[in-house]
Design a protein around this ligand. Structure first.
Ligand code: SF4
Length: 330
């Protein structure tokens, strides 16, 4: 039986208006926007990890925050378990919010330093009144701490974040995320601030919850090595758009888009005798207020031709479960 689709986004856009000085508005009435997410489509099934990867500022985090309705979408559709949640009001969103959680990159910043581990982990249950008694609340927190391997839970429950290591803090953040038994978790660079030695442990923990609780993950990273380790499918983002997507091994082993090829060629190869052709990117990503016309990657692309500067390439099938948007492939 095929797994159900938990999250689906269609043509998702999030543009942030730019506030301009009074004098600037005298010279031009044009409204300016940072086009952080500019027409993104994908879906994530239960027990599936979909990775969004790309350079910082490409729109990965804004995509996650928009799906969770932490910021309002400018355009497009967001479906959760088949329900259109794009424009639901705060009260109507409440039952969905319980089933959608986020894990942030920095466990030092994301946990309130004034709250104990018990207060942090129990917060989603308290806010949504998902317990009958204090005893039940304590039992649920203890179970969540055991599930993230903070054992025995009594040893950790009344500690404060500053008394924990980085790995333990991220386990607390995960305990808070799973305590409501969510269907969907957005994990925004969840291990990039942690020591290399504990990254695998945290990723394995997330993988176990995926299988045990049927969770669908959006895994955001700029690190393609961890992306391969945890993800089933990937979308490579550039300047607010997905330029290549598909099965993780197919995209990383046989990248078709020049931008994906450049990202992969920058990953160090563990075997010094193995040679990989390095694709050097020119310059920095362009300003998302003024994305280039045609293919947004053309000012940096070593293969750009005239059509690339004028017309935007469509996403085309380049293999089984593998799609890319580039004029070289059309
Ligand atoms: Fe490069 Fe043109 Fe392909 Fe864009 S469409 S990636 S500019 S070759």
């Amino acid at each position: 039986m095929e797994n159900k689709t938990v999250i689906k986004v269609e043509n998702l856009r999030k543009w942030f208006p730019i506030r301009r000085s009074f004098f600037a508005t005298l010279f031009s009435k044009e409204e300016l926007y940072v086009k952080a997410v500019d027409g993104v489509d994908f879906e994530i099934k239960e027990r599936e990890v979909f990775c969004l990867a790309g350079e910082s500022g490409c729109g990965k985090t804004t995509t996650a925050r928009t799906i969770l309705r932490l910021v309002e979408p400018t355009d497009g559709k967001i479906y959760f378990d088949g329900d259109d949640i794009t424009h639901l009001k705060t009260k109507e969103l409440k039952p969905y919010r319980i089933k959608m959680q986020i894990i942030f990159q920095d466990p030092y910043e994301s946990l309130n330093p004034r709250l104990s581990v018990f207060d942090i982990v129990s917060e989603p249950l308290q806010v949504n009144k998902l317990y009958e008694s204090q005893r039940e609340l304590k039992e649920k927190v203890a179970t969540a701490l055991e599930e993230v391997e903070l054992i025995p839970p009594e040893r950790f429950m009344y500690r404060f974040p500053h008394e924990l290591s980085g790995g333990q803090r991220q386990r607390v953040a995960i305990a808070r995320a799973i305590i409501t038994r969510p269907r969907f978790i957005a994990a925004d660079e969840p291990v990039s601030m942690l020591d290399v030695s504990i990254r695998a442990e945290i990723l394995e923990l997330m993988d176990r919850f995926k299988r045990e609780f049927n969770i669908a993950y959006l895994y955001i990273t700029h690190d393609l090595s961890t992306a391969r380790y945890v993800s089933d499918r990937i979308g490579i983002m550039y300047l607010g758009k997905i330029v290549e997507t598909g099965n993780i091994d197919k995209v990383l082993d046989d990248p078709q888009h020049p931008y994906t090829q450049a990202l992969i060629s920058a990953i160090p190869v563990p075997d010094p005798t193995m040679k990989r052709k390095r694709v050097i990117l020119r310059g920095e990503p362009p300003n998302p207020i003024y994305p280039p016309p045609g293919c947004r990657f053309h000012p940096r692309c070593p293969y750009a031709k005239d059509v690339c500067k004028e017309k935007e390439p469509e996403m085309v099938k380049v293999g089984e479960e593998h799609y890319a948007a580039c004029w070289l492939l059309s």
